[in-house]
Design a protein around this ligand. Structure first.
Ligand SMILES: Cc1cc2nc3c(=O)[nH]c(=O)nc-3n(C[C@H](O)[C@H](O)[C@H](O)COP(=O)(O)OP(=O)(O)OC[C@H]3O[C@@H](n4cnc5c(N)ncnc54)[C@H](O)[C@@H]3O)c2cc1C
Length: 329
């Protein structure tokens, strides 16, 4: 654990450029790095183009006690309008290697690309990645899944930079992968150093190109029919409660189409909160709260967000990253 240290973004950016050769930008607006298209600026923003840069950047900020957060494809986050106080590292390490029946993918590889790379290699198991507009690192963090599979079903192990700076291989059990959940999601305190996935190894099975293509086509068609694609969102906003579906409850509560500012509940999929591109993070989160309150009032079910709230939400902990709605009120 480290205490959040105040820092001078200009001096830090210059030092990162000089020592690591990585360009940084100050007050970088983050909305465009997220699929929800909301979020204010990062004090300092850097892109890790490969695993070496990722390790170096993380070590650099950690040894100086500077708050930091990694971003994959920003498809499961709502970033505060006030932005992020600290350093945001976008993971764009995108190397892949197929070795026998395994895919080794760096954390920044888009899951959809992992699906097509393995298709090309005649390997089956990662087709569901086509439905997930996130990165391999974000998918491990979330134990992302779709179409009756998830990361846990195919993950052999992930290389994780732990809080003490070592890099260890962790299997699904050590990562505590469960329904849209992993140990990485639960930091012991907001001050704790985030653990970071550097790469992952997926174990797959052989299949014919036609079989894989058929599965990919099914997934593509299902998504087109059921999800509001092409409109800013973070996918399913709430986790499904036990033995029920958040979308069903929201729909039954008559909340489809409910609007707050530029955010609304999708007419196509009630668990998708969408942004008409003029919406703010406050609109999105406020709408989420409205939906939670109404579903709790009608059905006594407390919906919990699947998305994570990142940044300065005006609470005491300005570095907050949490999925607990109470913690960001
Ligand atoms: C249209 C749409 C459809 C979706 N459908 C699905 C679906 O079917 N199934 C599903 O499970 N999800 C779905 N999602 C949600 C999302 O795509 C997944 O949760 C995805 O795994 C998030 O990955 P990301 O790279 O975008 O993570 P980000 O949103 O960038 O980050 C999410 C969290 O992961 C952390 N993180 C990111 N990279 C790393 C890393 N390398 N190491 C450690 N932590 C990291 C971040 O710090 C943050 O806390 C959907 C989203 C959208 C927009």
């Amino acid at each position: 654990m480290t205490a959040a240290t105040a820092f001078d973004p200009i001096a830090l950016g210059t030092e990162i450029q000089r020592r690591l050769g990585v360009k940084t930008s100050r007050d970088e607006p983050l909305a465009r790095f997220t699929t929800m298209r909301v979020g204010g600026p990062a004090d300092l923003f850097a892109v890790a183009h490969n695993a070496f840069e990722l390790r170096a950047l993380v070590k650099f900020v950690r040894t100086r006690g500077i708050p930091h957060v990694v971003l994959g494809r920003g498809s499961d986050v709502v970033i505060a309008d006030a932005g992020v106080r600290g350093v945001v590292i976008q993971v764009r390490a995108e190397g892949t290697e197929v070795r026998d029946d395994r895919l080794i993918a760096e954390a920044g590889v888009p899951m959809a690309r992992a699906a097509t790379v393995t298709q090309g290699a005649g390997l089956s198991g990662l087709e569901f990645g086509l439905a997930i507009p996130g990165s391999v690192g974000g998918a491990v963090w979330a134990n992302a899944g779709a179409h009756e599979s998830d990361v846990k079903a195919i993950l052999e192990g992930a290389m994780v930079m732990t809080a003490d700076g070592t890099e260890v291989r962790q299997d699904p059990e050590a990562l505590e992968l469960g329904y849209r959940d992993s140990r990485l999601k639960h930091r012991v305190s907001p001050d704790a150093v985030p653990e970071i996935v550097v790469s992952a190894t997926f174990r797959l099975t052989s299949a014919t190109p036609d079989e894989i293509r058929e599965r990919l086509d099914d997934i593509r068609h299902w998504r087109q029919a059921h999800q509001p694609l092409g409109i800013p969102s973070a996918g399913s906003y709430f986790r499904n409660p036990l033995d029920d579906s958040a979308g069903r409850l929201i729909d039954a509560a008559g909340l489809k189409g409910t609007r707050l500012g530029g955010a609304s509940v999708s007419e196509k999929h009630a668990n998708f909160l969408i942004n008409d591109r003029k919406g703010t993070a406050a609109d999105v989160r406020g709408l989420g709260e409205l939906v939670r309150t109404e579903v709790a009032r009608r059905y006594g079910v407390q919906l919990e967000p699947e998305v994570v709230f990142i940044g300065d939400w005006g609470t005491d902990d300005r570095w907050v990253q949490t999925t607990e709605p109470e913690a960001v009120r």
